[in-house]
Design a protein around this ligand. Structure first.
Ligand code: SF4
Ligand code: SF4
Length: 478
């Protein structure tokens, strides 16, 4: 009998991601899934926008009643509309290197894969990638790299971040670099913070320790506790925006949903601020990886429910979906909670600059892309659906991070900045990168949306800035 007790404030992974608490939560949810009184209480609480606990979320993921399911979606939609309006923040991943010492069985970069071409970008190659990304219109990147202490040490990552921020090509600029690298030390997190990163992102893959250890048989990542405590070290190192996530389909999705929420509750309990973002990737085919080997793969319907329940549980946490998802499934989850999308992505090392050598490049991809539309096509599609694609990076550049950001968000004040910032950054995109059709759609959207900015002062400044953008000025923000 285990003597480890559940303690959300503990610095030890086994105590804050407590297996016994997760299993008893799942059992509780199974027993209560038809309890109308309890479900009603949870839905009313969710509607207030103050979040629901991991136990309450577990009940909502189990509910079978169609009418209740529709109410979950309706509340998720309402919360999303209230907090994020119709804005969707755009970003792109940038892969630096696919050399990796780990043995993750679901990833083609695992060390034992001898068929995948290996590559590490030089600083000159990074320049080419960044220029290609700037020419698409991107302002916000997520840096990705395999774990390799010799070939991709922290110094390489820091130098690459400097290179990325230094490149100013035409009107382009990368204004926020989020970083997704392997779990590391407090000291290295401080160095990343000092290099000016936005969010530090690390997925737990699966919160189920037993499954985790089977899926990560070799390499430093096989240490579940070290990996699970990474966000604690990141926060101790001074990074206050962290992004968590699970790779849905690796293990039981109910377990992972509860795990994500317990992780969020832990960060809130220990550091006073929960995760800035949650990512919800799903298992995808890739070189050496067949999704059929993963019997827990989640269906579109389950995936949508997961996103909606997360939106109810952590209303102020951004939710990210990548190009692993198809256009159709992205549409389904945009509606119930997703607030950030990648677009025009290449998941291979050197994939943006090497378009002419596509065959070679795609061979080195981390996963197959389901949504292979260009950024311009995605911007146009979002506009047609009534969303405002946003290239905003203002908060982190204005020092609105961590608990400062959350306190503004929870008081409903961040929307006053997001709406005009979205319109101004969209206007920059339209002037510099959009096709004629997308430009027209975007201009109409901006004309409509500026009318409904509630504060007269902000509306006036926004209109003036929009004029200036047409006249060639850039980088306005609230
Ligand atoms: Fe390496 Fe990350 Fe792939 Fe694991 S998931 S093999 S750590 S690149
Ligand atoms: Fe995000 Fe802040 Fe920009 Fe709003 S104003 S979109 S919260 S960076």
């Amino acid at each position: 009998m285990s003597t480890i007790e559940y303690n959300p404030k503990s610095p030890h992974a086994a105590e804050f991601i407590h297996d016994g608490e997760i299993r008893s939560t799942l059992e509780y949810a199974r027993q209560m899934r038809n309890d109308r009184e309890l479900i009603e209480e949870i839905l009313l609480k969710a509607e207030e926008g103050k979040g629901i606990s991991h136990r309450e979320a577990a009940v909502l993921i189990e509910v079978e009643d169609k009418e209740v399911e529709e109410r979950i979606y309706a509340i998720a939609r309402k919360l999303k509309e209230r907090i994020y309006g119709n804005r969707i923040v755009m970003f792109a991943p940038l892969y630096l290197s696919n050399h990796c010492v780990n043995g993750c069985v679901y990833c083609p970069y695992h060390a034992q894969n001898r068929t995948i071409p290996r590559r590490k970008l030089t600083q000159e190659e990074i320049r080419r990638e960044v220029i290609a990304l700037q020419d698409m219109g991107h302002k916000r990147l997520a840096l990705e790299t395999g774990e390799h202490p010799k070939l991709s040490p922290i110094e390489y990552v820091l130098e690459s971040i400097d290179t990325i921020y230094s490149i100013k090509h035409k009107n382009g600029a990368i204004r926020r670099v989020n970083v997704n690298i392997a779990a590391t030390t407090v000291e290295n997190y401080t160095r990343l913070k000092d290099a000016g990163i936005g969010t530090y992102i690390l997925f737990e893959e699966t919160y189920d320790r037993e499954a985790y250890e089977k899926l990560h048989p070799t390499g430093p990542k096989s240490d579940w506790a070290y990996h699970t405590e990474a966000m604690d070290r990141a926060m101790e190192g001074g990074i206050d925006d962290v992004g968590i996530g699970a790779l849905f389909g690796l293990s039981n999705y109910r377990y992972d949903l509860v795990g994500i929420l317990m992780h969020a509750e832990h960060l809130e309990a220990r550091f006073g601020v929960g995760p800035h973002t949650i990512s919800v990737p799903r298992i995808r085919p890739a070189d050496d990886i067949d999704p059929k080997d993963f019997p827990d793969a989640v269906t579109d319907d389950v995936f949508r429910r997961i996103v909606a329940v997360l939106r109810l549980a952590v209303p102020y946490t951004g939710m990210i979906v990548s190009t692993r998802e198809s256009k159709r499934s992205r549409e389904l989850v945009l509606d119930v909670g997703v607030s950030q999308l990648s677009g025009g992505s290449r998941t291979s090392v050197g994939g943006y600059a090497d378009e002419q050598d596509m065959e070679n490049v795609e061979d080195s991809a981390q996963f197959d892309i389901s949504d292979d539309r260009t950024l311009d096509e995605i911007v146009g599609w979002l506009l047609e659906l009534g969303y405002v694609p946003s290239f905003c990076t203002a908060c982190y550049r204005e020092g609105r991070t961590g608990d400062r950001f959350m306190s503004l968000a929870k008081r409903g004040l961040i929307g006053d900045c997001c709406a005009p910032n979205a319109l101004m950054t969209l206007a920059e995109y339209l002037e510099d990168y959009a096709s004629p059709n997308v430009k027209l759609l975007g201009k109409n959207m901006i004309a409509r949306q500026t009318q409904i900015i509630p504060s007269e002062k902000i509306r006036r400044i926004t209109l003036k800035n929009l004029e200036e953008i047409i006249n060639g000025k850039r980088d306005f923000r609230f």
